[in-house]
Design a protein around this ligand. Structure first.
Ligand SMILES: *[C@@H]1O[C@H](CO)[C@@H](O)[C@H](O)[C@H]1NC(C)=O
Length: 204
């Protein structure tokens, strides 16, 4: 991870954006859906929000927040109390999320700083089109770690300290070189200065 990072961004396998925040000020995120279908955005912290095409959800992270994660869910239906399910990105059947999700790919997304010059990652490719059949789920795909649960794919056990890319993570990396493609992929962190606000776009 970058030494002077105030905010390090990880685009995790096209499914989520993870942030490690080292600044003390508040940070604002505008999360916009440019897909031709409804996306149920989720944030930890932040909860969740249904976004029809071209809708934007603003999440303000309070000063002192140390990490955050945002992702999109598809094919959801929720009842009036906010309970239901999603085809991809589900968080235990809640509209508003309090638990994290399994890693995989579902929606192309990007993150852009809105008020500073800072390079940030995007994964615009439709990884769903090239993903091997054994990882496919309806509307997306899961990671090799989730699918096979081996030390090699999850970077656990004898792979905890040294964990090279695998045949599966390399397929993803070819499509989305800027994204974090497996648990120890440290080629894909980005840092932006203090005071940066961001726009996250589904289907950029
Ligand atoms: C990845 O390697 C494993 C183990 O060698 C093999 O079983 C699997 O079919 C390979 N998958 C792809 C997509 O190359």
């Amino acid at each position: 991870m970058a030494k002077v990072s105030d905010l390090a961004l990880l685009l995790v396998a096209g499914m989520a954006i993870s942030l490690y925040i080292q600044e003390t000020g508040a940070v604002k995120f505008d999360i916009r859906n440019q897909c031709g279908y409804t996306v149920w955005a989720a944030g930890l912290p932040g909860g969740g929000q249904q976004l029809t095409q071209c809708q934007t959800w603003t999440v303000n992270l309070a000063a002192g927040t140390q990490s955050a994660r945002f992702w999109g869910r598809t094919g959801c239906s929720f009842d009036a109390s906010g309970k239901g399910t999603c085809q991809t990105g589900d968080c235990r059947g809640q509209l508003s999320c309090r638990v994290s999700l399994v890693d995989g790919f579902n929606i192309p997304l990007s993150i852009n700083p809105t008020n500073t010059q800072c390079t940030a990652p995007a994964c615009k490719a439709d990884v769903n089109a090239v993903w091997p059949a054994e990882l496919k789920v309806t509307g997306g795909c899961k990671s090799a770690c989730v699918a096979f649960q081996t030390d090699q794919y999850c970077c656990t056990g004898s792979y905890a300290n040294s964990c090279p890319a695998t045949n599966y993570s390399m397929i993803f990396k070819q499509q989305c070189p800027q994204a974090y493609s497996y648990a120890k992929d440290d080629t894909a962190t980005f840092a932006c200065p203090s005071g940066t606000d961001y726009s996250i776009v589904f289907c950029p």
